[in-house]
Design a protein around this ligand. Structure first.
Ligand code: ADP
Ligand code: MG
Length: 399
């Protein structure tokens, strides 16, 4: 789960990381009040979306007066902002952060990630802040400083000092750098984050080390341990199909194709998508309904897949171990009766109670196409989808 910049700053500030004074606004008027409350004579207004690259896209504006704040934020609220990280559809701006402008001397890149090969938290830093890490690694790879943290002892001060030296931080500011690095590391590990990125971390002209931007991503599977983090979720920034699935406890990733997939197990879901591709189709989603799926759960999965208007055929592929084919079949029948499915549905069942499942499908009187193997299922779903397209109808063929 991602959170907004202003939320990440609040989280990190609680761990001792220095951030500028700032306040959140939901309207241009509120943004001007916020600036007045903050005081000072220069502010930065920042569109809050779950993506970086806002500066270049016009989502970060320096303002010197009420009028400028009003104008800058009027141009932001309600707009979809497209940056190189949002994808072409962009992300809606519904919150703006008003922050005291900070006099920058140097910009540094600082990131904490999980490095799978060393199985450690890795710190990635560069004196070339302000650029994205992808650009830095392409253009200035030698500027990147890396360090891994031994989990049993945590991040030690000497390591932080080493990083600070390599970044060329002046002696008088090393202690601030140590505090920043340790604060990020503690936030990362104590809150089960998978990423903390401060880009830029700045050294100000008056010798303070401050996080000017902040991004955090959390491990979804650990959110139950951190209710105060879980409540920072902002669904307006997520793919609506994926938030609906998460609310229903289903594992769903939306894709661009037309063939909806309802599968149990992530491995089988991947294999199903590959086989659809082999048959020259395009999957519309990845959906793992998990083990022990009840008819209700299967019906929910159907509704979810069908809520994507790109879906023109559905493939249900179940290899039942913990699952039961008869329950899955009941779920399919229930969903088709309740939801009024107008696209061809292909079902391949194998494993526990497969005969009972097949019987339920056969006796339902519904136009369900059955397949014995995964290959056959993929061929048939792609065939049914193409057939449908060429006939210009939306109804499948009964088997
Ligand atoms: P993004 O990464 O989405 O482009 P940032 O928060 O990094 O957004 O802002 C882009 C740039 O704007 C920063 O690199 C920094 O130069 C400037 N900036 C951001 N916040 C402030 C601030 N409070 N004071 C001064 N400059 C800022
Ligand atoms: Mg940034």
């Amino acid at each position: 789960m991602d959170i907004h910049e202003y939320q990440a700053k609040e989280v990190l500030a609680n761990f001792g990381v220095a951030v500028p004074d700032g306040a959140l606004a939901y309207s241009p008027e509120q943004a001007t009040y916020r600036a007045r409350e903050l005081g000072g004579d220069r502010w930065v207004v920042k569109a809050q979306i779950h993506a970086g690259g806002r500066g270049k896209a016009g989502g970060v504006k320096v303002c010197d007066s009420d009028v400028e704040i009003q104008e800058a934020t009027e141009g932001m609220f309600g707009q979809k902002m497209v940056t190189h990280q949002t994808g072409p559809e962009g992300k809606g701006i519904y919150r703006v952060y008003v922050e005291a402008a900070v006099p920058i001397n140097r910009e540094i890149y600082l990131g904490f990630v999980l490095d799978r090969s060393s199985q450690r938290v890795m710190i990635v830093a560069s004196a070339e802040g302000g650029m994205e890490i992808e650009e830095i690694s392409a253009e200035k790879p030698d500027s990147i400083v890396r360090a891994t943290v031994e989990p049993a002892v945590g991040l030690r001060e000497f390591q932080c000092r080493q990083i600070a030296f390599k970044l060329g931080i002046e002696t008088g500011m090393i202690q601030q750098m140590v505090r920043t690095l340790q604060g990020c590391y503690r936030a990362f590990t104590e809150l089960d984050a998978t990423m903390v990125e401060i880009n830029p971390l700045v050294v100000t002209t008056d010798n303070r080390v401050i996080a000017l931007d902040a991004k955090m991503t959390f491990d979804d599977n650990a959110l139950f341990r951190h209710p105060h983090v879980a409540e920072l979720r902002d669904k307006s920034q997520e793919d609506p199909r994926e938030s609906r699935a998460a609310d229903r406890g289903l594992n769903y990733v939306g894709l661009d194709g037309n063939i909806g997939c309802i599968v149990n197990g992530a491995g089988l879901a991947m294999a199903t998508m590959d086989t659809i591709k082999l048959a020259r189709g395009e999957p519309a989603n990845f959906l793992d309904i998990g083990g022990g799926a009840t008819p209700e759960r299967v019906a929910k999965a159907f509704r979810l897949v069908l809520s994507d208007t790109n879906v023109q055929a559905i493939l249900v592929n179940i290899f039942a171990g913990i699952n039961r084919c008869d329950w899955v079949a009941e779920g399919v029948v229930q969903a088709m009766k309740d939801v009024g499915v107008e696209v061809p549905v292909i079902v391949r069942l194998a494993g526990t109670n497969v005969e009972a499942g097949q019987k339920i499908l056969a006796q339902s009187g519904l136009p369900i196409i059955r397949a014995a193997t995964l290959n056959e299922a993929a061929e048939r779903v792609v065939g049914a989808w193409r057939n449908d397209l060429s006939q210009g109808t939306k109804m499948g063929v009964a088997s």
